[in-house]
Write a protein that binds this ligand. Structure first.
Ligand code: SF4
Ligand code: MG
Length: 326
């Protein structure tokens, strides 16, 4: 099957006051049409940077050091800036945690949606307005005509995120990239937005790359999951295997940090001790070793590769990756 997105050995570097750092190192994965892939990890794991690299939104200090990104078979690095602008919204569109980053506070929702429609669909005037109303309806907004006349500040956070999603789907992109799209919303609205994303996937076969730190969101949404730690993928598998048989000690730690609903009241959150390492001073060997309860001498000096452990299950750990029986 043709992939919507293919990333091969992607490395991203950033210039900082303390020299160059590498928030993403040798990351590779693919997303198929209609598939929901979640990237999960703590903040600082490189999941957001990976998602920004896809549409070349790294800003001035960041750059793709090496690797390949192909959107619908076309290499991103071969696109001109103009082609890239077209690809944003048409082939892939991005949704951020805070909807106001995508909305202009001084323009009405209608103005902004019609502009996106002019750009990606080529419609103007009444046709653009009707199309805009249709998009808002698709995004679950019951009275689109009144919302079109409003300014972003007049809407609730959940409504703003629906508007952003409507704008993102204007060009019927094959891939939606959503970075913590529900983190700023309350639980009920969060569930509605996740349901909306699932419905869009079902209706249009839109692939979704969903960045989250929330394993509840992963369980609800993902077909496949990438776990990132300190700039690297440490585990990749389908969502069932991830919850049934997590292999990487970091993944196990994340799982343990989530209370099972049934014993929620009896069990305290068991967070993983320590924190994500400073990118400017990454530990030698396995990057997780300072926090890993299973670390050995080898882990402190040799970097484990990402290896197969069972069909489609990849893990970066000396213990599990090379000895699935253990
Ligand atoms: Fe822990 Fe070693 Fe596996 Fe790293 S390689 S996760 S330190 S056991
Ligand atoms: Mg982030």
């Amino acid at each position: 099957m043709k992939h919507v997105l293919e990333i091969e050995s992607l490395t991203v570097t950033f210039r900082t006051e303390n020299g160059e750092v590498t928030p993403v190192e040798d990351v590779g994965f693919a997303v198929q049409p209609g598939e929901i892939v979640c990237i999960v990890g703590e903040s600082g794991s490189g999941k957001s940077v990976t998602s920004l690299a896809i549409l070349n939104l790294l800003g001035r200090s960041g750059r793709i050091g090496q690797g390949q990104i192909r959107l619908d078979g076309r290499s991103l690095t071969e696109l001109t800036e103009a082609e890239l602008r077209k690809a944003r919204g048409k082939e892939a569109a991005m949704i951020f945690q805070e909807p106001m980053t995508a909305l202009n506070p001084v323009l009405t929702i209608g103005d902004q949606l019609r502009e996106a429609i002019r750009l990606h669909v080529g419609l103007r005037g009444k046709a653009a307005n009707d199309y805009a109303a249709g998009l808002l309806r698709d995004a679950g907004i019951a009275r689109p005509e009144s919302v079109l006349k409003q300014y972003p500040h007049a809407l609730s956070g959940g409504m703003r995120q629906r508007v952003v999603i409507a704008m993102a789907i204007a060009g019927k992109p094959k891939l939606l990239i959503a970075d913590e799209p529900t983190t700023a919303l309350d639980v009920t609205v969060q569930a509605q937005i996740l349901a909306l994303l699932k419905r869009l996937r079902a209706q249009h076969d839109t692939a979704i790359l969903l960045i989250t730190h929330d394993l509840g969101v992963v369980a609800e949404m993902a077909d496949r999951v990438l776990v990132m730690y300190a700039g690297q993928i440490v585990e990749e598998t389908d969502v069932f295997s991830l919850f049934e048989r997590p292999l990487h000690p970091y993944t196990k730690g994340l799982m343990a940090a989530v209370p099972a609903i049934a014993d929620e009241l009896e069990h305290r959150l068991e967070a993983i001790p320590g924190s994500v390492p400073d990118l400017a001073r990454l530990p030698a060997g396995c990057r997780f070793h300072p926090r890993c309860p299973a670390a050995t001498d080898r882990c402190r000096s040799e970097t484990p590769p990402l290896t197969q452990s069972g069909s489609g299950h990849l893990v970066r750990c000396w213990l599990t990756g090379h000895n699935p029986a253990s």
